[in-house]
Design a protein around this ligand. Structure first.
Ligand code: PGA
Length: 259
């Protein structure tokens, strides 16, 4: 089962995740990170910055989860821009070593296969940071996505476009299509780190971690992964039936076990 860690705040979650990522980079300077966008991973990237001071990050590689299709890559809300602004620049990563799926309509038919080949050539993702949508998506794998899916084009649900409208002037400006790592791609990463904050995510988290494994709740794919860590605040943990067990497990976790 996924390890569920219930923390007091987003900052605590960010610190916990950043400790693990910094440890990984110190141990393996060519670590391959799977990078999520959206609001959820921001405390992780913020906490990571001071932890990487003095650490050689010149060989770290990164692969973003997804990108909008047809949005100008220079648009401030393209995930290429978001990753450059929120991850690459503050952490001092080499921009040439951090990739985002190519959402340009021209050549979109082979963009997914190109991305899969690049991940494979890098040796696969060591640690994949994930958020979860209120509809249960991870990456932009909307409900119904195959557990075997690889990087490909998807149509966003109305719910996701409404959730992401806050980043745009108007919901009509939110693209309808995206290119996203598939659930099969995500499941190949060696360690999954799924974070969720706020009561709005409580239902998706409970279903992802404790509900049936179903394509209708793509986040439930974490139950199929041998090393998945789920870090949630109290509000996002609100509907977990085994919350008491998770707290006790975390409280008594031996140091030697690691995250
Ligand atoms: P959020 O999005 O982090 O902005 O809430 C999560 C997601 O859609 O995966």
């Amino acid at each position: 089962m996924a390890e569920v860690i219930i923390v007091g705040s987003r900052e605590d979650a960010g610190a916990l995740a950043a400790d693990e990522i910094a440890r990984l980079i110190r141990a393996r300077p060519d670590t391959v990170l799977g990078l999520a966008t959206g609001s959820t991973p921001l405390p992780v990237y913020r906490a990571l910055r001071p932890r990487l001071a003095g650490v050689d990050v010149s060989r770290v590689r990164g692969f973003a989860l997804d990108e909008y299709v047809g949005l100008d890559p220079e648009h401030p809300q393209s995930y290429r821009s978001v990753i450059a602004r929120e991850v690459v620049a503050p952490l001092g990563l080499d921009p040439a070593r951090v990739r985002v799926p190519n959402g340009a309509p021209d050549g979109i038919e082979h963009a997914g296969a190109d991305y899969e080949a690049a991940i494979e050539a890098a040796g696969g993702v060591d640690l994949q940071i994930l958020g979860i949508g209120t509809d249960g998506h991870i990456g932009f794998n909307e409900p119904g996505s195959s557990f075997a899916s690889l990087t490909r084009v998807k149509t966003l649900t109305r719910q996701t476009r409404e959730d992401n409208a806050r980043f745009f002037d108007d919901i009509d400006d939110v693209p309808r299509h995206c290119i996203t790592q598939g659930l099969g791609t995500i499941l190949r990463a060696r360690h999954l780190l799924l974070l969720a904050f706020g009561a709005g995510k409580a239902d998706a988290i409970a279903r992802a971690v404790e509900g049936p494994v179903t394509a209708m709740l793509p986040g439930s794919a974490v139950q199929l992964h041998p090393h998945a860590t789920v870090i949630v605040d109290e509000a996002a943990a609100g509907r977990l039936r085994l919350a008491g067990y998770y707290r006790e497990t975390w409280q008594h976790k031996p140091d030697w076990q690691g995250l």
